[in-house]
Design a protein around this ligand. Structure first.
Ligand SMILES: [Zn+2]
Length: 250
């Protein structure tokens, strides 16, 4: 999978932790590949089972040089797998971890625009942190409220779907220095791979659609999103990008 992605010019990877108790398995993937790094955190789906994970535990694991971000954490009101107050508590704990470590928080938000924005604004008032609204699939208002407090917005394969005119419009309008593209496997494979298991090679297809929406070339978009990713994920070593033989330039 990594070889196929490198061949399409994807030069660095962040694999996302969804359960702190399963962090070691995620870390192992990063340890085996020089261009792969990871995050640490509890997905809102798992917020109830990991409500007892202490902030100190997250901070301890985040001390690892292979960890470049906190999360993913946030609110998911589509599935509501965990009670909403528990999701909110766990979300705030991860914001605190991001603030204390200086690492960016990867935010998952689904059908929870108002509460996500309110919590982020409230927490930003308590002390600065950086974050990305990952796999953006919410109403545009959440993106703009995020931008207003300095956050980034990341587009997944959703932006390539036929019905996603609104997301393409948003991708065109957001400030150039705040947008990212991402894989978000295994679902949401971009056109022309819809229905297949998603994988990082396909992020090039997502990048193409965002480039077209903004009226720029793919190479320029790649340069932009790579620079944004490295600015946001400030512990990801720039020299690791494209460091494995067989990585095509983009
Ligand atoms: Zn997510």
């Amino acid at each position: 999978m990594l070889t196929r992605a490198r061949a399409r010019g994807v030069g660095g990877f962040i694999t996302i932790n969804t359960r702190v108790r399963k962090f070691d398995a995620i870390r192992q993937i990063a340890a085996e590949h020089p261009d792969v790094f990871c995050t640490v955190g509890t997905h809102p789906h798992n917020a109830a089972e990991e409500a007892d994970v202490a902030l100190e535990t997250i901070l301890e694991k985040a001390d690892d040089p292979l960890v470049v971000g906190i999360g993913e954490a946030g609110l998911d009101y589509h599935y509501d797998y965990a009670p909403r107050d528990v999701q909110a508590d766990v979300f705030r704990k991860h914001i605190d971890a991001a603030r204390r470590t200086g690492l960016p928080l990867v935010i998952h938000s689904r059908e929870a625009e108002d509460d996500t924005a309110s919590i982020l604004e409230d927490e930003m008032g308590k002390g600065a942190f950086t974050a990305v609204l990952h796999c953006f699939s919410s109403k545009p208002e959440l993106a703009w409220r995020g931008i207003d407090i300095g956050l980034y917005v990341s587009f997944s394969g959703i932006v390539t779907f036929k019905k996603s005119e609104d997301f393409r419009e948003l991708a065109a309008k957001l400030p150039a220095d705040r947008i990212l593209v991402e894989t978000d496997a295994p679902y949401l494979a971009p056109v022309p791979n819809r229905g297949k298991r998603n994988e990082p090679a396909y992020v090039a297809d997502t990048a193409r659609v965002v480039a077209d929406a903004r009226g720029i070339g793919l190479a320029d978009l790649a340069e932009l999103t790579t620079a944004n990713a490295l600015r946001l994920f400030n512990r990801f070593p720039a020299e690791a990008v494209g460091s494995v033989e067989g990585t095509a330039g983009l």
